[in-house]
Design a protein around this ligand. Structure first.
Ligand code: DON
Length: 611
């Protein structure tokens, strides 16, 4: 973004204010600006670790390893060694953008009826989640090594120091983690060994819960995790093989196979066979910018791309600001159309044919956008993308939460966008050697076919990766320079959060923090959701009045207001008009000075670091 654009953005804010937008009395978070490098994460200790690695000359990949190992300790409910991740990565040296698929895999013995009982009925999400059946073969340790091998500069062992130190010396349990433990205890009452379902594993129970009172450990509790420190030491010394072979792998397989609710089938061989996959990014032109994201098995890149492509096609319906009812209507209708296609077509493309190019084809998106009128279209039907080969039955389940997003730009101009997960809050609730196991396989469809016997693309198959909504994104300007790095946790709402943050920056000219402060809205092809404003966190507006307007003027039959807890981490690269040579941040920018503008999500514990 040129300085000129920054001025336009400021004018936009003045315009919004003059149109009756009011900030809450409490000041809203403002963007952080740095000159050289930046890291944004959902936790201050993780941001600090990443910023330190960048400061001592580390690359974005180096910083990511430090951030991920710290997040697994201090935000254990969201991501960790026992989970998986997707990365979109821009390599400044080659000018190439790639994506890394470190998604968890189903074991080799998994069958399509995995989540069905003998009568062919679903065993239910709750039962599947809190069992050995839900655990996918983790990808995160291999991902860290793969990225460091190719794009790292600092010694591998150095990257583990911040997390090892915190695990040994201790850190304070956050309010957020404590309240999430309490929420799980509320849902699963019972303290005795035979009564507990979620923290059925005594190690996890003793780590997170005060066993005398059976209540969540309070915020501020000093947490030490010696087992995690030992695991990190093994990884630091021997690389990812220390995780995928030998005693750690054996303990993971034993924990899964010995699950106290329903035993799973993951073996040491499944762990030894795990590989990350480098895949082409999926990109779409949006208002002259190239928006690149993660392709299958994630639905994120395609669905974000479709939403943006569709809203651009219907600029005639676009409102004058992000909270204008016209904007909310257009965005929610685009969400309906995108989710209809996503639910039908997207799954692991190593197993099913996904019409990737067709779903983003400009003519196809123009045809889809033409379905939007001045009123709610109701449930959207999937389309027929031009390169569609196989038809599938839709998988429409919505999901719970347990994920984190990390955005990094280093001094060399590399950009990294990573969404990392263990699926639900605290994964499947079982702790092995200081980290939690994921429940990612509940992202598969529990049914394998519809009532007419048409197969569901996202059905369970051996060694397959479940469909994801994670949408790590990098946006490039028309010279191919990195413009914006963004992404969020939030289950299938991730898609809307990410698309909205891109729209807010690119279309409305807001800075990344202002974009995050805008309350969310979206439609996943069912009801329309509007975020209830949070004082001091989001811009204030009258959600109920907007809901009423959508019902009255746009004929919406189901509009709901409530919390929409995104965790966006965004960095924008901004050029100044000063044409002195600058360093980093993209090949076309060597004649401009650039600054980095960061936004973190205060709906969680997001912070921005760097210099
Ligand atoms: O991959 C997915 O789409 C989900 N497992 C992500 C879960 C999630 O974002 C939870 N976040 N708060």
């Amino acid at each position: 973004m040129r300085f000129r654009t920054l001025v336009i953005a400021l004018l936009a804010i003045c315009l919004l204010t003059s149109m009756g937008w009011s900030k809450t009395e409490t000041e809203l978070p403002t963007a952080v600006v740095t000159k050289r490098e930046m890291v944004v994460t959902a936790n201050p200790l993780a941001t600090e670790a990443g910023a330190h690695i960048l400061k001592i000359g580390g690359t974005a990949a180096d910083a990511m390893v430090a951030v991920q190992t710290v997040l697994g300790l201090v935000e254990p409910q969201s991501s960790g060694l026992g989970g998986g991740a997707f990365i979109v990565y821009y390599d400044a040296k080659t000018g190439k953008t790639t994506t890394l698929d470190a998604r968890e895999k189903a074991p080799a013995t998994a069958t399509e009826d995995r989540f069905l009982d003998d009568a062919g009925d679903s065993i239910g999400f709750s039962n599947a989640w809190q069992s050995g059946l839900s655990v996918g073969v983790p990808g995160t340790p291999r991902m860290m090594e793969y990225m460091h091998d190719r794009y790292g500069k600092l010694p591998w062992q150095r990257l583990f120091v911040p997390a090892k130190r915190l695990a040994q010396k201790g850190f304070e349990l956050t309010e957020r983690t404590s309240s999430q433990i309490a929420e799980l205890l509320d849902r699963n009452p019972g303290c005795g060994d035979d009564e507990r379902l979620f923290f059925r594993d005594p190690t996890a129970f003793e780590y997170f819960v005060d066993t005398d009172t059976c209540e969540a450990k309070p915020a501020g509790t000093l947490m030490r995790n010696k087992a995690y420190a030992r695991t990190l030491r093994a990884l630091a010394r021997k690389g990812a093989d220390a995780f995928y072979y030998g005693p750690i792998a054996r303990d993971i397989a034993d924990a899964v196979q010995g699950d106290l609710n329903i035993p799973g089938d993951m073996t040491e061989e499944d762990l030894a066979n795990y590989e990350v996959v480098e895949r082409e990014p999926v990109c779409i032109d949006y208002m002259g910018y190239d928006v690149c994201g993660m392709g299958p098995p994630s639905s994120g890149g395609l669905a974000v791309g479709q939403i943006l492509g569709i809203i651009e096609n219907r600029d005639d319906l676009m409102g004058s600001n992000p909270l204008d009812a016209d904007t909310v209507h257009l965005f929610s209708q685009a969400g309906r159309l995108a989710f209809a296609d996503r639910n039908k077509y997207v799954a692991d493309s190593d197993f099913v044919s996904v019409p990737v190019a067709g779903m983003l084809d400009p003519d196809y998106l123009a045809d889809r956008a033409a379905f939007i009128t001045g009123t709610d279209m109701g449930t959207a039907l999937p389309g027929y993308p031009p390169d569609m080969i196989a038809s599938y039955a839709p998988d429409t389940r919505a999901k719970l939460s347990g994920t984190s997003h990390v955005s990094i730009i280093d001094r060399y101009g590399n950009a990294l966008s990573m969404t990392t997960t263990i699926e639900s809050s605290f994964g499947n609730g079982v702790m092995v050697r200081g980290f939690l196991l994921n429940n990612e396989l509940t992202d598969f469809s529990f049914d394998f076919e519809d009532a007419d016997g048409i197969p569901i693309a996202n059905r369970v198959e051996p060694n397959k990766r479940p469909r994801s909504s994670m949408s790590p994104s990098i946006v490039f300007d028309d010279d191919g320079n990195v413009e914006l790095v963004t992404g969020s946790p939030g289950g299938s709402r991730i898609i809307g959060y990410t698309a909205q943050s891109i729209m807010n920056v690119i279309h409305f000219g807001l800075d990344p923090q202002e974009a995050i402060n805008i309350p969310h809205y979206q439609n996943r092809n069912s009801y329309t959701e509007l975020e209830t404003p949070i004082p001091g966190v989001t811009l204030d507006y009258d959600a109920e009045a907007l809901a009423e307007q959508l019902r009255d003027e746009y004929e919406y039959s189901d509009v709901r207001t409530g919390a929409m807890t995104s965790g966006l981490s965004s960095i924008q690269v901004v050029e100044s008009d000063d044409e002195k040579p600058g360093k980093g941040h993209g090949k076309g920018r060597k004649h401009f000075k650039t600054i980095l503008v960061g936004g973190a999500d205060h709906r969680r514990d997001g912070t921005v670091g760097g210099r």
